[in-house]
Design a protein around this ligand. Structure first.
Ligand SMILES: Nc1nc2c(c(=O)[nH]1)N[C@H]1C(S)=C(S)[C@@H](COP(=O)(O)O)O[C@H]1N2
Ligand SMILES: [Mo]
Length: 301
C-alpha cells in the first residue's frame, strides 16, 4: 500500500510540498521555508482556523478546566529536557527514546486535519509530525501486544490536582494496535510551521483526526503495549458518555453535546457562528472505515 492510497489528496500533496521545501530541517528552520508555501485553504475548501484561536482555546485539564486557562498557565511549565518517551509492556525489548532521536525516525510532514471535540466545536489545523507507526516500529510487539496505551507527563507541583480537575492524572489514552499503526495517526511536534506551544501539548502529542479530540493525548512520556484494552481517562470518569473507541460519529449521541453538527471556530459572522454537519469518522471514512469492518459502532462507541 502506498501512502497516496490511504491519504486524502490534499494531505498527500501538501506533504510533498512540505518535504520538497523542508526535508530534514529542524522545525524552526523548516518554519521559515514553510511560511512561504502556506495556504489559507486546503483542497477541501476549508479554511485553516486562525492560530490565535487554536493556541488560546484549549482543553488541557492539567493546566485548568476553562478553555482560556491552558494558554495562561501552561507557558510557565518547562518540559523536561531531554524529553524522553519510554516504550514498554508487551514488546521484545523496551526502549527509551529522546525527542531528538524520535524526530530523526521519519521526515517531518505537515498534515492539515479537521479536529473535532466531543463538545461540538471543531478546528482545522496544519499539524507537523511523523506517523506514529515510525515510532512504534522501533520495537517488536510480543504476540500479546494488541493495544497501545499512552500516558501524559504529570507533576502535581506544577499542575492541577485530580480533585480540582475532576479527572484522574496522569491522563491516559489508548488505541488498538491497528488504529495506532494507521498512517493518519500523527505523532505531532508542531503546528503552523512552528514547534508546539505548551498548551497544545508540547513537546510531543498525538493527533488522531477520525476520533474525538480527547483521544489526542498531550505531552506523552510513556507508551505501553498491552494484551487487554487499556483504561482511558474519560472512559474511567464517565463510561456511558465516553467509550474506548470514540470515533467521531454523528449517529451516536452524547448525553451532553450534539454530535450531529459542530461549530467551526473562527468562522461565521459577528453574530452567527458557522455550523457544519459532523461527518462520520470526521470525514476520514475512506481511509479508516476498514479498521472497523464488522464492529457495531453504536455499541462500540
Ligand atoms: N494530557 C491531556 N491531553 C489532552 C487533554 C487533556 O486535558 N490532557 N484534552 C484533550 C481534549 S478534550 C482535546 S479536544 C484536545 C485539544 O487539543 P488542542 O488544545 O491542541 O486543540 O486535547 C486532548 N488531549
Ligand atoms: Mo475535547
Amino acid at each position: 500500500m502506498r501512502y497516496s492510497d490511504v491519504t486524502p489528496k490534499e494531505i498527500y500533496l501538501n506533504r510533498r510540498r512540505f518535504l520538497a521545501t523542508a526535508l530534514a530541517l529542524p522545525i524552526p528552520a523548516a518554519a521559515a521555508t514553510l511560511t512561504a508555501a502556506k495556504t489559507a485553504f486546503n483542497a477541501t475548501g476549508e479554511k485553516i482556523t486562525p492560530q490565535k484561536i487554536t493556541t488560546t482555546y484549549n482543553n488541557y485539564y492539567e493546566f485548568g478546566t476553562g478553555k482560556d486557562e491552558p494558554a495562561k498557565n501552561a507557558p510557565k511549565w518547562k518540559p523536561t529536557s531531554p524529553w524522553t518517551v519510554r516504550i514498554e509492556g508487551e514488546v521484545m525489548q523496551p526502549k527509551t527514546l529522546d525527542l531528538d532521536r524520535i524526530l530523526k525516525l521519519a521526515p517531518l510532514e505537515e498534515r492539515i486535519y479537521r479536529h473535532r471535540c466531543v463538545e461540538a466545536w471543531s478546528i482545522v489545523v496544519p499539524w507537523i509530525g511523523i506517523p506514529l507507526s515510525a515510532l512504534l516500529n522501533q520495537v517488536k510487539p510480543t504476540s500479546k501486544g494488541k493495544f497501545v496505551a499512552f500516558e501524559s507527563f504529570y507533576d502535581p507541583q506544577q499542575m492541577l490536582s485530580p480533585r480540582k480537575a475532576g479527572i484522574e492524572f496522569p491522563y491516559v489514552e489508548g488505541l488498538r494496535l491497528d488504529e495506532a499503526m494507521h498512517p493518519l495517526a500523527l505523532l505531532t511536534v508542531g503546528m503552523y510551521g512552528e514547534t508546539l506551544l505548551n498548551q497544545n501539548g508540547a513537546p510531543l502529542r498525538m493527533v488522531i483526526p477520525w476520533k474525538y479530540g480527547f483521544k489526542s493525548i498531550k505531552s506523552i512520556v510513556r507508551i505501553r503495549f498491552s494484551e487487554q484494552q487499556p483504561p482511558t481517562t474519560w472512559n474511567k470518569s464517565w463510561p456511558a458518555a465516553y467509550g474506548f473507541f470514540s470515533n467521531v460519529n454523528p449517529n451516536h449521541d452524547h448525553p451532553s453535546w450534539d454530535q450531529k453538527e459542530e461549530q467551526r471556530l473562527g468562522e461565521g459572522g459577528l453574530f452567527s457562528a458557522k455550523i457544519v454537519k459532523t461527518q462520520m469518522f470526521n470525514g476520514y471514512g475512506d481511509q479508516v472505515s476498514k479498521l472497523y469492518t464488522g464492529l457495531d459502532l453504536n455499541r462500540n462507541y
